[in-house]
Structure formats: C-alpha cells, structure tokens
Design a protein around this ligand. Sequence first.
Ligand code: SF4
Ligand code: SF4
Length: 440
Amino acid sequence: MAGFTFPRGGIHPEEHKEITEHLAIEEMPPPAQVVLPLSMHFGAPAKPVVKKKQEVQEGDVIATVEKALGATIHSSVTGVVKTIESRPHPTMVKCDAIVIDRNPDAPPREYQSEDWRKISREKLLAAVKNAGIVGLGGAGFPTHVKLSPPPTAKIDTLILNGAECEPYLTTDHRIMLEHPEKVIEGAKVILKILGIKNAVIGVELNKADAINALNKAAKEASGSDDMNVAVQGMEVKYPQGSEKQLIYSLTQRAVPGGGLPFDVGVIVQNISTTLAVFEATVMNKPLYEKVVTFSGRALNKPANLRVKVGTVLSDVVDFLGGTRDLLKIVSGGPMMGFAMSTLDVPVTKTTSGVLFLNSKETDSDLHGPCIHCGWCMEACPMGLSPKEVGIFVEAGRGHLTERFGVFDCFECGCCAYVCPAKRPLVQFARLAKIQIKKHG
Ligand code: SF4
Ligand code: SF4
C-alpha cells in the first residue's frame, strides 16, 4: 500500500517504538495523592471551586474557567483536598495546583452509557465542554472551541491524526489497536457536532495492525448511519503528524501561511482526544485519566499506562521499577518534547509520553559554527532557511529574521536533527520569535 505524504523536507529518525509498541495498555493503580495544576490547557488558568479539607468524588468539578478560553478540571480520585498551592509544573516551572489525598477505601466511580445518536449536536458539544477536553496531542487547545468553527468556515472533512510520528511514542498506536470501535464512534460524534459526513484517519504505515483494526471497526460500524470514516495509510516520515503536513498528505490542500485548518475546510483531532470525546459523550465521563507512553532505555519497565491526571512522575517511576543510568527526562517525544529536571511534576492532560533516556540515547556534543552545507534547508518541511535565523540570532540580530519566515517555523526539529555542526536551530528560532515580538 503506497503511503500518502507531504511534499517538502522531513526526516527519518530512529523510531525506538519497539520498546513499547507491543505492550498492551495497562492500568496504573491510583496513587495516594494527585496534584492537579490549574493550568493544563491553552488559555487562562482555571479557578478552584473547592476549598482545603473539602471532600471530593472522582469526576467532580474542582476548577473552572468562566469568561475566558480554558477548560474545566475534574478530580481524578475520591478523597480530600489537602492544599491549593504552587507546585512544580512540566512546562511552567511552577503553577498553582489542587492537591488531593485519595481515600483508599473509595470504589472507582461507575458511568452509564448513552446512545449519542439520540443526543442533539448542541448537547454533545456541551458534553465535550463540560468534560474539560483539550487537544491531548500537546497544545491543550480547548476541544469545544475547536469544534465550534466560525460560520463562514466551510468545513467538509474531519481528519483524525493517527500518525504518531514522534520516536518512542506509542499511545495512539495502542488506542487505535485496542479500542478501534471507540475511535470510530468518537469520530462519528465529532462529525455530528460539526454537521458533516466525512472523516479520514491518517495512520503511518509502520502501524499496519492499527490500520487493519480501524478498517475492520469502520466496516462494522458502516450502515448504521450515513457517515463515512475512511482509514488512510501514510508514509513513515517525520513530521507526518504535524497539522499542515498531515492535511496536505491526506487532502492535498495547503493551509496558507498564518492560516488555520478550517481555512481549507478541515478540522483535525488527535486520536487520544477522540477517545476522550467518546468517553465524554457516550459514557458521560470527564477527562481525568489518559493513556501515556513511558519509555526510554533508562526505565526498568517501559509501558503504555492509563494513569490518573495529576499522578506525580515519581509515583509512575516507582510503579515501573525505577531507572538505571538515567541522564535525561523528556516530556513528549524527543523531537518536540522538552527536558525536565525533576520527577516531582504531575502527568497533565497534555502529557503524551515521558522518556527516561540513558547516555546512549542522548547527544551532549557542543555545537560549532555553520558550515553552510544546506542540509537544514533541505530537511525543513516549511521550506525555511534555519541557518540564516541561527546566524542572525548569534549576531544579536534575531529581531530581523521575520524575512526568513521564522513565524512559520513550528519547531519540529528536523533542521537541528540533520545539522552536522549540532547547531541548536530550534532554540535559535524560538529566540528569534521572542526578539521580533520584543521589537514590536
Ligand atoms: S524547526 Fe522550524 S526551521 Fe527547523 S525544520 Fe522545523 S519548521 Fe523548519
Ligand atoms: S545544517 Fe547546520 S551547518 Fe548545515 S547549513 Fe544548516 S545550520 Fe549550517
């Protein structure tokens, strides 16, 4: 089967998926305490609606965002609010968080299923909002907002992102393989909310078992309505799962610079988010647990774990037998993730994976000057000139790099990956953007 792909740049990093791709999703027992940051979504931090010493049930609303962009937060355990205070955060260094001590005797909360076909699209959208769902692929943009495009947008296609092109990560692979029927149903719920009929799930061809499982589930679910969910294999090439590349690969539509997917009639949702939509609308279950890949050769027992949001990484590492020769902890994949300095941070709604890397998996070489080989330009999927941005930033002229299209850089890391001089081209691009904004 030939795979669809994007036309420009891209790389083939070592996959490292063999560490966890064959491991079935395992449930991690709830920890004794959860730490739920008030910021784990794009937008304003949520405001607590609970107080210290208050009893809460699993799934209860504990923080809301009233008049701004944001998402509701729910308790992931039954227990008592111990404190609300600043705690380490995976991306913000520190952030206010609600800390809940779990009641070890409380049974897990039960949820009743509902037939989403009998629910209006307005009520389905409200269920997504009330469940606190955000894009689980990383950015954390509130899903109910993404599913409410402006009336002028002519949406005709829903794309589900099953590329999972980052090395090591296997969360979406396992969800597609183990719960294909939920992914298909979740897609149909989103189609109903959007008022359209066609969805396509793009999956890289290194996940043939997931493609087969989805095709089977889609076939079994066809005929129950007039919606069409297709599955399309895509070439294995990083960054196949980035929004613009994915849309081009599957529809040959090019999102204009500075534009959004709905400018070309498309809405993109991630696989884990689609599962969360299924759980919110079919099972009435808010988003407070998620599947996360814990991988890397420094971890004694790598796994795809279903964990409570708010579980602190040190508890996960204890559950997975500890680490050996640990040199670096990365939240997310090695290409677009970020290094963390402590195990004291919780799993948030947007944690897709956590990597525990040893000395052989990390590169600590110092970078040298640009040798003008041009490899970074060849690798850039956006057709940019990362070397110029780097040279300008080093010369203290980062504020003049807008001419190189630096705002089209989505920090995929392809350029830095191929650079023989090991230049930190993504950091240069980030700095350039900050300096341009500073200069107005
Ligand atoms: S990080 Fe930016 S400049 Fe580098 S390859 Fe990706 S999009 Fe291009
Ligand atoms: S790949 Fe590195 S050395 Fe080559 S042109 Fe780009 S920045 Fe310079």
